[in-house]
Every structure is written in C-alpha cells, then in structure tokens.
Design a protein around this ligand. Structure first.
Ligand SMILES: Nc1nc2c(ncn2[C@@H]2O[C@H](COP(=O)(O)OP(=O)(O)OP(=O)(O)O)[C@@H](O)[C@H]2O)c(=O)[nH]1
Ligand SMILES: [Mg+2]
Length: 253
C-alpha cells in the first residue's frame, strides 16, 4: 500500500481565491475518469466540497484536508492520501466480508429450503485511486507559494481572465513560472478586451507553456486541459527526473 501511494502522481491545482480551482478539479476528475483513470480529489476546505459534488465526484474519492492557518497546502499530503486509500481498502474488506457472510447464509437457507437472498443490495468493491488531484488554498495576493509548487508532479495554475495585469507581471510568481499548464477561467464573464490583453501578456511571458482559456463551469475547452495532463502523466522519464531533483540525487549534466 505504502508503495502504491508513493507512485501515485500528484496533480496540484493552484490559483487565487474564487478563481475556479474546485470547478476545474471536478472537470479534471471527470475527464481523467473517462480515460480510465481513477482520481482521488483532495480539497483544502469545506467550500471545495460542494463544487466537487456538483461535478459528480464520487464521495468515495473525495477528501478534505485543510492546511494549518497561513499555509496554502497540507504539509503531510502523503499521509492524507494514505488515509483516504486505507479507508477505501477497509470499506472493500467489509464488502467482501458481507458477500461471504451472505453466501454462508444462503447455504443455510438452501438446506432449509428457503429462497436465496440476493447479493444485489451489497455494494461493489471500489477500485483504488491511481492519481491524486490536490487543491491549494486560494492566495489573495499572487502566485508566490513555494510550498504549493513543490508539492506536485504536475502543476496546473489558474488565472481568472479578469485578473489585474500588474499581478501577472510581478516578479517571483513561482506558481506561474513553474506551472506545467496555465488555465484561464471565466472567459465567459470577462470583457473580451481584458481577457485578450491578459492572455496575450501570459503568452509573451511564457511562450513555451500551454495556456488554455476555458469556461470551467460548462467544461468548455476542458479536453485540451485533459490532453496536456495525460501527456504528462504518461511521461515516466520526465517524472523520474523530477523525483531525482527533489531528492537531490546527482544529475547527468
Ligand atoms: N462564469 C464562470 N464562472 C466560473 C468559472 N469557473 C468557476 N466559476 C464560478 O466561480 C465561483 C468559484 O468557483 P470555485 O471553483 O469554487 O473556485 P475556487 O478557486 O475553488 O474557490 P476557493 O476554493 O474558495 O478559493 C463559483 O461560483 C463557480 O461557479 C468560469 O469559467 N466561468
Ligand atoms: Mg475551492
């Protein structure tokens, strides 16, 4: 079990307050599930739960882990994930016990010439998650949380289309500088000139990054986000390199 948790890739979704992180996580969950992944969603506060459920995240795969005050992400995410996985394992064990018990009961009923009771009312066992989606706490003043950057294998940073351009131009915007994918939300409710200015600016600062405008509430353009995420989930060498860097192992060059 320990090993499985460690090898599960972590996708971190960061961004300002109210920028659409939970809504996007709900969409990513759906998109990955449609591609045969089983994500586990980790929210950072109770406000995240409702958007997750609205997007159809199964409560089996939903857990809320608030960080300590003043922090943007939980420090011991591995423990949170392990607990969530253990709960699913435990539930599966109970379900399997219930099935066996019912089989035994049906043997007795058969001897007594009573009808069989159906297994239908016992839930199916749940598959274990194979990828983790983590929501960081929304930061008010920018994109500078180093802890958040360090947490994940894939960093998805959200910028609401109506953001003030000055914020994008601030130095040490770690969460933008290091984002694997930048997602622009709320393009539907932002005046076009403002959205266009911000998107152009981001393209100029980050010419090599995927920068994807979406309407997170309606799932518009989400397939582009999912495609970029899956590309990265399937890049074992790159992820290996990231782990090596993190553990300060010698590099090749
Ligand atoms: N019109 C529009 N509304 C959006 C979009 N994305 C999110 N919203 C709305 O914005 C509000 C905040 O969305 P959340 O997903 O809860 O944002 P969040 O970043 O998780 O918020 P916190 O966790 O509280 O920081 C909700 O009312 C969403 O329905 C979008 O692309 N377009
Ligand atoms: Mg949220």
């Amino acid at each position: 079990m320990e090993k499985e948790c460690k090898t599960m890739k972590k996708i971190v979704v960061a961004g300002r307050n109210d920028s659409g992180k939970s809504t996007l996580i709900g969409e990513i969950y759906r998109g990955l599930k449609a591609k045969e992944f089983q994500p586990l969603a980790v929210g950072s506060g109770i406000q995240d739960e409702k958007p997750y459920l609205l997007k159809g995240i199964d409560s089996t795969y939903l857990t809320i882990a608030p960080p300590k005050p003043g922090e943007d992400v939980v420090q011991d995410i591995d423990r949170v994930v392990r607990n969530a996985v253990n709960q699913i394992v435990e539930k599966n064990r109970l379900i399997q016990h219930a099935r066996k018990a019912l089989e035994e009961l049906n043997k007795v009923r058969s001897v007594m010439e009573l009808g069989h009771l159906s297994q239908r009312d016992i839930p199916r066992t749940a598959v274990l998650p194979d990828v983790v989606l983590i929501e960081a706490v929304g930061i008010n003043d920018g994109y500078k949380s180093k802890e958040t950057r360090d947490l994940g294998d894939i960093l998805v940073t959200i910028v609401p289309a109506n953001i003030k351009s000055e914020i994008l131009m601030e130095p040490t915007n770690t969460l933008l500088d290091d984002a694997d994918i930048i997602v622009i939300t709320k393009i539907d409710e932002t005046p076009k000139s403002i959205a266009t200015t911000n998107i152009k600016l981001l393209h100029r600062i980050y010419p090599l990054k995927p920068i994807i405008p979406v309407v997170a509430t309606d799932g518009v353009h989400m397939e582009l986000v999912i495609e970029e995420i899956i590309k990265r989930l399937n890049e074992p060498i790159r992820l290996l390199e990231m782990h090596m860097q993190r553990e300060d192992l010698p590099k090749n060059n």
